[in-house]
Design a protein. Structure first.
Length: 72
């Protein structure tokens, strides 16, 4: 008889958890979502700026490319 009572209690608890819906605090949600908009993301910030390195090493590789095109 103990197993039936234990199973019924577990079933009731599972049902209570499944259909439980707490009250939503919409004001707190609005504050939280509003706070995330205060820091806009820019696409330029996501990728580092490599323009400083572009010309620094360009002279090492440009000559090789031009020679191979002229002889080809």
């Amino acid at each position: 008889m103990g197993r039936g009572r234990q199973k019924a209690k577990a079933t009731k608890q599972a049902r209570d958890i499944k259909y439980y819906s707490p009250n939503t605090d919409y004001a707190a949600l609005q504050r939280e979502l509003g706070a995330s908009n205060s820091h806009p993301h820019h696409d330029a910030d996501l990728e580092p700026d490599y323009s400083d390195y572009e010309d620094k090493y360009a002279d090492q590789f440009d000559d090789d490319d031009e020679d191979s095109r002229q002889t080809g």
